[in-house]
Design a protein around this ligand. Structure first.
Ligand SMILES: NC(=O)C1=CN([C@@H]2O[C@H](COP(=O)(O)OP(=O)(O)OC[C@H]3O[C@@H](n4cnc5c(N)ncnc54)[C@H](OP(=O)(O)O)[C@@H]3O)[C@@H](O)[C@H]2O)C=CC1
Ligand SMILES: CC(=O)N[C@@H](CCC(=O)OP(=O)(O)O)C(=O)O
Length: 311
């Protein structure tokens, strides 16, 4: 029997991208709610309970409601929203954070798909903290830029209406309380709240996240090559081949840091740049906010949960 997959919110930005990625697959059956009934509780409950795996591509409150509507039907869930990322009983759907996380996702009933922003900094910082090269209480700041599809249908409509008149680069979350901070802190292994400074650009898809490090403040100052080796060692040999680590290089410009360079891919590329004389380093992650940042990650988690070959 092919597993039945229901995408709750399949007409939204993340949902549509998941549907496109699943189109043409004959190992699963995607069940779709009639468009006009997509917000009716009873109809959603019927589909949520009939599915083997439900993928929630909804605002946080609606995602919580979906879990409640499933009740004890046994449906497995991948939630793309922020609602359950640090919640008890949920498995964090970023399999590459630990070798054992692939099996944890495969066996989980409830998988919280990661947020687009935290994924890059988590991939970069967690191996360094684990290796003892950065202390857990390091005062992390990170900045970055995302395509406007990160803001969902509403932001896409706003940017597309303005066209060239939309701002090229717009910092936001200036209240310093972005909803992704707890997730980043938890899975990077930090003991203090990181300072997050995101921006949105006038392009649809793609993102770059940058963590600058002032290493001179540490009791033992690691060299850039050590940081790179720790990150590269962590990701070497992990299944899936989704996260790759670029060679360590002394350079001022790298064309592949273009946030759109990973558009429509599910991969993530990590870079380390450093000036050892200054005891400074930059950790950089490049990916598609709708690829590894959302829909690509959801399909990767689905494949682990249903035991499908990675495509
Ligand atoms: N876009 C991105 O890069 C990322 C998004 N996410 C998360 O994924 C989730 C979906 O985001 P995104 O796809 O961008 O958002 P969109 O606004 O593009 O899509 C949300 C969808 O949910 C539908 N919806 C809203 N309320 C309900 C409800 N009560 N019942 C059923 N359907 C409902 C909307 O329908 P309608 O439009 O008709 O109101 C819409 O189709 C969010 O939690 C978001 O934070 C996570 C990582 C990255
Ligand atoms: C450009 C933009 O507005 N981006 C969104 C990213 C949303 C997202 O990643 O959604 P989750 O919180 O469900 O992960 C933001 O910063 O809120």
């Amino acid at each position: 029997m092919r597993p039945k997959i229901f995408i709750d919110g399949e007409h939204g930005t993340t949902g549509l991208q998941i549907r496109n990625r699943l189109a043409g697959r004959d190992d699963i059956e995607v069940i779709s709610i009639p468009t006009e009934r997509r917000k009716e509780r009873e109809a959603r409950q019927e589909y949520l309970q009939a599915a083997d795996v439900a993928i929630l591509c909804l605002p946080d409150d609606a995602a919580r409601e979906s879990v409640q509507l499933i009740g004890d039907a046994g449906t497995r869930v991948i939630d793309a929203s922020t609602a359950h990322r640090t919640a008890e009983g949920w498995t964090y759907g970023f399999p590459e954070i630990d070798a054992g996380q692939f099996a944890a996702v495969s066996n989980a009933q409830f998988v919280a798909n990661p947020g687009c922003w935290p994924q890059g900094p988590i991939a970069l910082l967690r191996p360094l903290i684990r290796a003892g090269l950065l202390p857990a209480d390091y005062p992390v700041t990170f900045n970055g830029i995302s395509g406007y599809s990160g803001g969902g249908r509403q932001m896409i409509e706003e940017y597309e209406a303005k066209g060239d008149d939309a701002p090229e680069f717009l910092p936001y979350a200036l209240g310093l309380k972005h909803k992704h901070i707890p997730e980043l802190k938890t899975y990077a292994g930090l003991s203090r709240d990181p300072l997050m400074q995101p921006a949105v650009g006038n392009f649809a898809q793609g993102m770059v996240t940058v963590v600058p490090l002032q290493l001179g403040t540490l009791a033992r100052v690691p060299k850039g090559a050590e940081l790179h080796a720790a990150i590269a060692d962590h990701f070497a040999g992990l299944p899936g081949g989704v996260v790759s680590v670029a060679p360590f290089e002394a350079t001022d410009r790298v064309a592949s840091l273009d946030p759109e360079s990973h558009r429509d891919t599910d991969g993530m590329t990590l870079h380390v740049f450093a000036n050892d004389n200054r005891a400074q380093a930059l950790l950089v992650a490049v990916y598609d906010n709708l690829g590894k940042g959302a829909s690509g990650a959801a399909v990767q988690n689905l494949d682990l949960m249903i035991g499908a070959e990675r495509r």
